[in-house]
Design a protein. Structure first.
Length: 202
């Protein structure tokens, strides 16, 4: 298993927890999705460590500001798009040759995809769902399952920033939505897009 983080200093705690839970030889790579050279280097390192990639989960994201598009700062727009869309696509493309046939690409989307008032974040998630659908069609001959997963409301720093008046204690922890990710990794194909809450309820 390979995990990445923008700051290498944040990796050690994650790796320790993974190893404690039986993840085996978890390997960490520091990577900034907005830096093309770092993306290419991280992809090469991941393939060197793993040999091949069975499951790719694209989870990194920037929220930016919740603003109407007419008021959105162009520089912030570029930053959000660079991480949420361009960087995510660049990493995926760099790993495609090493992705196993019958593997999976899981792109984390949002219920805010295409929602007015959410600015670049909303547009980036809508576009990411489009990329997911295109890859699903284009990689069908390799039987690679490309799925956009909406985790729904979960207790994260991004959620707190988006809803500053919300009591975090009322929001489920991220661990409550992992079932759908594990199922897809194990071979399930829920279709192009799935809401984690509906999967758990089904």
């Amino acid at each position: 298993m390979v995990v990445t983080a923008t700051a290498s200093s944040r990796l050690e705690g994650t790796l320790t927890r993974l190893r404690e839970r039986g993840a085996g030889e978890a390997h960490g790579i520091g990577m900034d999705l907005s830096a093309p050279a770092e993306v290419d280097a991280a992809a090469a390192e991941a393939l060197a460590v793993l040999g091949r990639v069975d499951v790719l989960v694209n989870n990194a994201s920037l929220l930016g500001e919740r603003l109407p598009l007419a008021d959105y700062p162009l520089e912030l727009w570029r930053q959000v798009m660079e991480v949420n869309l361009t960087g995510t696509f660049a990493l995926t493309r760099a790993l495609l040759a090493g992705l196993a046939d019958e593997g999976a690409i899981i792109n984390v989307t949002s219920g805010a995809a295409g929602r007015a008032g959410w600015g670049a974040y909303s547009v980036s998630k809508l576009a990411l769902e489009g990329v997911t659908g295109m890859l699903r069609d284009e990689l069908a001959d390799r039987r690679i399952r490309c799925v956009a997963v909406n985790p729904g409301p979960v207790r994260t720093q991004m959620r707190a920033a988006a809803y500053p008046r919300e009591d975090p204690a009322t929001v489920p922890r991220p661990s409550t939505v992992v079932e759908v990710f594990l199922a897809i990794a194990a071979g399930a194909d829920p279709g192009l897009r799935v809401d984690a809450a509906q999967w758990v309820a089904s």
